[in-house]
Design a protein. Structure first.
Length: 244
């Protein structure tokens, strides 16, 4: 699911990608909020908070929310630069490499938060996760050709409403019945993404209360395993001249 991309991808690969990484995003986003009271991936909420603080002339807090948004954008740009460089060199595992970076960074962040005393622990956590969520969202967007988003659910919820409306029109013969399977498949994908984000959030809070910031290390190792497995599979397929 981290190798094939764009039009060559199957719906199964997209669903696996959505379920796995949406769960990760949900866990990190809600656990960060539980820990320090800020969302790391909710740019809609962060921009709204920025507006609120600017209107109240609370510029110090406003700058912090602006920084969260800028860091998220920086993570997305960083990820895209790596992806573009890898695609120019025809490195099919470049998406997995970015997820490997995310996993490694989460392990480092977990170590820093668990066994050291950072000057601003809450700020370091939120800003670091914002960068990594931007990185992850760029990976998922590029590899699925924007069919999957994992770090926020506003767009996913909108897509669910769209597909339901299209199926409603099919039911009353206002749209072609032949298109119904396509709408159903999209609805399954978006619904699974939403449910995975929700489930990941619940598990993330449980893990945070159970093992503290070490849950970042656990998730980091899971991502590294996923990325390494995808890369090894790609090398094996390349050796045997088998491509997805």
């Amino acid at each position: 699911m981290l190798i094939s991309f764009e039009n060559s991808r199957s719906s199964t690969a997209d669903k696996q990608l959505a379920c796995t990484l949406a769960s990760v995003a949900g866990a990190l986003n809600t656990a960060a909020f539980e820990a320090v009271g800020f969302f790391s991936a909710n740019m809609t909420g962060n921009v709204s908070s920025l507006s609120d603080n600017l209107a109240r002339a609370s510029f110090g807090t406003g700058i912090f929310f602006l920084t969260i948004v800028c860091i998220f954008i920086t993570g997305s740009a960083f990820s895209t630069i790596i992806i573009n460089a890898g695609r120019r060199k025809n490195i099919r595992s470049i998406f997995a490499f970015n997820i490997f970076i995310e996993g490694s960074a989460l392990i480092l962040l977990g170590i820093v938060e668990s066994w050291s005393t950072p000057a601003s622990p809450g700020r370091i956590l939120v800003l670091s996760l914002s960068f990594l969520m931007g990185l992850q969202n760029a990976v998922v967007t590029r590899i699925s050709n924007a069919r999957v988003r994992t770090t926020h659910v506003s767009g996913t919820s909108t897509d669910i409403g769209i597909e339901l409306a299209m199926l409603f029109d099919v039911l009353f013969r206002r749209e072609s019945v032949q298109d119904a399977p396509v709408y159903l498949e999209r609805l399954r994908l978006h619904f699974l993404t939403l449910m995975s984000f929700l489930a990941g959030g619940v598990v993330g809070i449980w893990l945070f209360h159970l093992i503290g910031y070490q849950f970042l290390i656990l998730i980091g190792f899971i991502l590294i395993y996923m990325a390494s497995k995808a890369t090894l599979k790609n090398h094996a397929n390349k050796k045997n001249k088998i491509y997805p």
